[in-house]
Design a protein around this ligand. Structure first.
Ligand code: SAH
Ligand code: SF4
Ligand code: F3S
Length: 471
């Protein structure tokens, strides 16, 4: 068993063939996994979280770094052995690896029955039927760019939280990135569709919606609108307490979005805005479309308009040609911006990307590791200081579940997306509660419960006072 297995398994059709669904990668994959689960349930399938009980094993995969693909290949190796003793078992690879490698995956893994790309989720139930009936091997990687987003509310994993895809694919030219090749061109969904889905989710108990897109803040560009418009519309949706959206691209930040963030208390306290590097020379080689100076300007503008707004960022170290000087500029950007969360990666060359074969992967792995360790230590000290400065502040959190490390503790997130653990009754899961920060480590904030909060009062004031001291 590995941690990518969907557990507990979603409710299925009792007595149907049992599917083990494993989801790797980003939030989009989690949601796509949910759509697949819904389609399978409708198709008469049931679910399990144990290899030994599975009639069908499906992996929703990620290609972003070599390591992500490596995990799937080693798992396929184990499954191939299992299948040798149970030849009726069906094995399918879905998602980004399937889109990237297609039929090559079937050649490499004789035990694999089918692959289905990022736009072929709606057909997965039918593909499994076909394999089971005819034992054919299938490559399905040419689904319509306008993927059906029809979902089955019965398989939602969290009562109070849900993702909504607002745009699929990506049109950006980032030279290191495989996503435009795995997810294809960018297609925004209509505002009407999104709001209908949001309404149905809220009627089903959802209090927090996360809008997903690879460049979510480019939503609606082609139709002349802005994500800001969607935030205003969701702000008005009764019963909904919070709106998150991820991931934003610095080049796509516009005034209407910043205005909407400033005006919409449900949505405005957190932005995932990856800089990737603090060196304009590197950003040019990455084809990110902005300079480090422009990135800093956006941050200043956001902080001036939205006091207490917190930023998360992704950084790649060891991109081709990165010198000590470039690296130092990135460290300086991190010291200046003081991200509340940072996702730090070593550059991993990906076949088919613009950098592949053109920009030599010339930073030695040992140096990449050293730079990564330096930034991790830097981020840890930034978080330690920030967390310490938060002691005594109050936060309203939406409780997400039990802490994995300590069963007695629950955890939740405030509007600024800080994860806070506290001791509380499990019945508080999916509820809003008021906490006071009483302790912390660089990684964890520990809170004490004050009193249950009234729903619907997403309090920006509480969040603003709680975080401004850390800036
Ligand atoms: N659409 C998002 C990012 C999606 S991928 C955006 O544009 O910000 C998530 C993160 O993985 C990226 O932000 C980047 O930091 C990292 N990443 C992407 N390709 C990578 C590669 N080839 N090597 C290392 N990290 C990579
Ligand atoms: Fe990849 Fe760039 Fe698109 Fe993000 S914006 S998914 S990093 S190509
Ligand atoms: Fe990975 Fe595909 Fe998401 S490559 S990060 S699963 S879009």
């Amino acid at each position: 068993m590995n941690d990518a297995v969907v557990s507990p398994p979603p409710p299925g059709t009792e007595g149907g063939p049992r599917v083990l669904l494993e989801v790797f990668g980003c939030q989009m994959n989690k949601l796509d996994g949910e759509l697949v689960a819904g389609a399978l349930r409708k198709g008469g399938y049931d679910f399990t979280d144990a290899d030994e009980q599975a009639d069908v094993v499906l992996m929703v995969t990620c290609s972003i770094r070599d390591q992500a693909e490596h995990r799937v290949h080693s798992h396929l190796g184990e499954l191939a052995k299992l299948k040798a003793s149970r030849p009726d078992m069906v094995l399918g690879v879905l998602g980004c690896m399937a889109s990237r490698e297609g039929g090559d995956l079937l050649k490499r893994w004789p035990a694999l029955d089918f692959v289905a790309g990022t736009r072929d989720f709606p057909s997965v139930s039918r593909l499994v039927d076909e394999v089971r009936a005819d034992r054919t091997r299938i490559v399905a990687v040419d689904g319509d760019p306008r993927v059906s987003e029809t979902r089955d509310l019965a398989v939602r994993p969290h009562k109070a939280r849900a993702f909504i895809t607002v745009a699929r694919g990506c049109d950006k030219p980032c030279t290191y990135c495989v996503v435009p090749r795995t997810r294809g061109e960018e297609v925004s969904r209509s505002k009407r569709d999104i709001l209908e889905e949001a309404r149905a989710l809220v009627d089903d108990g959802v209090r927090e919606i996360t809008l997903l897109g690879q460049t979510v803040n480019a939503w609606g560009r082609h139709e002349g609108s802005s994500l800001g418009e969607l935030l205003y519309a969701l702000q008005d949706l009764s019963g909904l307490d919070r709106v998150r959206f991820t991931t934003s691209h610095p080049e796509e930040m516009d005034e209407p979005l910043i205005d909407a963030m400033a005006d919409c208390p449900k949505a405005g306290m957190f932005l995932h805005l990856p800089p990737q590097s603090g060196s304009s020379r590197m950003l040019r080689r990455m084809a990110r479309g902005y300079t480090a100076e422009r990135y800093r300007e956006i941050v200043q503008q956001l902080r001036a308009r939205i006091p207490g707004v917190e930023l998360a960022g992704d950084i790649i170290v060891g991109f081709p040609g990165e010198t000590d000087e470039d690296f130092e500029l990135t460290a300086q950007l991190m010291r200046d911006v003081r991200f509340s969360q940072a996702f730090l990666f070593r550059y991993s060359p990906r076949p088919g990307t613009p950098a592949w074969g053109r920009l030599e992967d010339d930073v030695p792995d040992a140096l990449k590791r050293e730079r990564l360790a330096t930034l991790m230590a830097l981020q840890s000290s930034i978080q330690e200081a920030r967390h310490t400065a938060m002691h005594g502040t109050r936060h309203q959190v939406l409780v997400e579940g039990r802490s994995r490390r300590d069963e007695r503790r629950l955890f939740g997130r405030n509007l600024a997306s800080d994860r806070i653990v506290f001791e509380g009754d499990p019945s508080l899961v999916d509820e809003l509660v008021e906490l006071e920060i009483v302790d912390s480590t660089p990684l964890t904030l520990v809170g004490r419960q004050l009193a249950a909060a009234a729903s619907g009062s997403a309090s920006r004031a509480a969040s603003a006072t709680s975080t401004s001291s850390a800036d």
